[in-house]
Design a binder for this molecule. Structure first.
Ligand code: PXL
Length: 287
């Protein structure tokens, strides 16, 4: 049976992030992907000014009430950028309407980066997002989001593996089963992720060569490739390893091409290789 996911993120018309990244990646991975847009912006909110922003919170209840009447099973409910802390409550109600016990709840908190909240985020977002993360099967915060979810200050550039291991344990203690923290750097020439599942004593760290620029939309690409691989039967560590490779290659294409980085990374260039690298099998996603 083909897998079905529902992706709940904003649409930013230009600037490759959120739904314009999640939908093509999941589709190229053979997943039937429904979308529920949370907000409509002309661009993302990093390195652009003058963007438009329409909060679609009032559409979430009518959309999900209608979709509920279709009685579809979703293998994954994938949330990303949400318009406000208040919208998190609406998304929790949508989950109750649309998910069943076999739906994998995959949460990219998507509210902060580089030690700062995104421009339009209000201060209650980390607290509200904590509620969504506590219901998740898998969360994939970057280092800033991980710290803020735990009510900790951003640790800056200098921290230990022990601190990241504590973050992983504390995030799992919120209620999720798996945590993947992105943007973890111990060596100036390398960046990577820490991943941990409930029951593991310590996280697994995976690194790749670090590029020193700021890349928009790479969190969305990492999360979408990871979910695409999980839904194709890969174990978490293998899924994250593949997502790191693909995101790294997309960055390399972008730098070679010289496209301004605010337009996101050229993930399209790696999609033709995605299918072979997924080696799909039929194992159902475990809760
Ligand atoms: O990629 C994260 C993201 C998603 N959506 C919007 C954003 C950002 C990051 O800046 O502004 C609207």
């Amino acid at each position: 049976m083909q897998k079905r996911a529902i992706a709940v993120h904003d649409i930013s018309c230009v600037g490759r992030c959120s739904l314009t990244v999640a939908l093509p990646i999941l589709s190229a991975a053979g997943i039937n992907t429904a979308v529920i847009p949370t907000a409509l912006l002309s661009t993302h909110t990093g390195e652009f000014t003058g963007y438009t922003h329409l909060d679609l919170s009032d559409q979430l209840e009518p959309i999900s009430r209608h979709l509920e009447t279709l009685s579809l099973h979703y293998d994954a409910f994938y949330t990303g950028y949400l318009a406000s802390g208040a919208q998190v409550e609406e998304v929790l109600r949508m989950m109750d309407r649309l998910c069943d016990p076999a739906t994998h709840l995959f949460v990219d908190p998507a509210f902060a980066d580089q030690g700062r909240m995104y421009s339009l985020m209000n201060q209650d977002m980390p607290k509200q997002m904590r509620g969504l993360c506590s219901r998740a099967n898998t969360i994939i915060p970057n280092l800033t989001e991980a710290a803020f979810l735990l009510n900790q200050p951003y640790p800056g550039q200098c921290y230990t593996q022990a601190l990241i291991a504590d973050y992983c344990r504390a995030l799992i203690a919120l209620g999720t089963e798996n945590v993947v923290i992105t943007d973890v750097t111990f060596d100036p020439e390398q960046t990577g992720v820490a991943l941990m599942s409930r029951g593991m004593e310590a996280p697994i760290f995976l690194f790749r060569q670090r590029f020193h620029q700021v890349f928009y939309g790479t969190g969305d690409a990492m999360a979408s490739f990871t979910l695409a691989a999980l839904l194709n039967g890969k174990q978490l560590a293998d899924a994250v390893e593949l997502a790191l490779d693909l995101t790294h290659e997309a960055i390399e294409y972008t730098l070679e091409d010289g496209e301004p980085l605010r337009y996101g990374v050229q993930f399209e260039r790696v999609l033709p290789t995605l299918w072979q690298r997924l080696s799909p099998n039929d194992s159902p996603l475990e809760k």
